[in-house]
Design a protein around this ligand. Structure first.
Ligand code: M6P
Ligand code: ZN
Length: 186
């Protein structure tokens, strides 16, 4: 029996249900400029879902310092040209850390600081990732099933996508002979 004021987490797949949940969808059509092969991206049906994010918010004022959001992202498997589906990735506008943890699937967490120093970190069910403040973060699904990961971050962090559109990450995850390999961005 579900109580109307309670939020539930499905421990199998991370899905949220119940109170105070909102959902956002990012389609391939909304990802212009993020993949290497823009022609291949534009050729994909724009309504194709790259990922969905469910957010639990108990916050009444979004920019109030000290408050938190909890989210779960369902990143579909797929390719744009030879590049795996990924989240847009972002810096926080306000330098604040974030936790990511992998619930299902297989992939990579890419993090990058302002000087473009980067790390590629393995994500598989049960891995926990502390993303320090001032590091951009992006998740890539290198598997064949949805990559599902949880997140918790300060509600006043803000998302800076423009720096990513302008400069990108120094590397991309490419499928080469059926295997994910790191490719330097030119
Ligand atoms: C996680 C959190 C959210 C983020 C989402 C998708 O759930 O980090 O803040 O919006 O992933 O990532 P992005 O915003 O980079 O597309
Ligand atoms: Zn973030």
């Amino acid at each position: 029996m579900e109580n109307n004021n309670i939020t539930y987490i499905n421990y199998e797949n991370g899905a949220l249900s119940g109170a105070n949940i909102s959902e956002g969808v990012t389609t391939i059509g909304k990802m212009a400029g993020f993949f290497k092969d823009e022609k291949a991206r534009a050729a994909i049906q724009p309504d194709t879902i790259a990922y969905r994010v469910q957010i639990h918010s108990a916050v009444t004022q979004a920019d109030k310092p000290g408050t938190l959001y909890y989210g779960v992202t369902f990143l579909n498997p797929g390719m744009v040209g030879n590049e795996y589906y990924m989240t847009k990735g972002h810096f926080h506008q306000k330098p604040t850390a974030e936790y990511y943890w992998c619930i299902q699937g297989q992939g990579k967490l890419l993090i990058m600081d302002k000087d473009r120093n980067y790390e590629v970190i393995e994500m598989s069910p049960g891995t926990l990732h502390y993303i320090p403040e001032e590091y951009a973060h992006r998740v890539v699904n290198t598997g064949e099933t949805p990559l599902i990961f949880g997140a918790c971050w300060p509600a006043d962090a803000g998302h800076d996508y423009q720096s990513i559109v302008n400069q990108g990450f120094p590397i991309r995850m490419i499928n080469k002979n059926g295997k994910p390999v790191i490719e330097a961005t030119i």
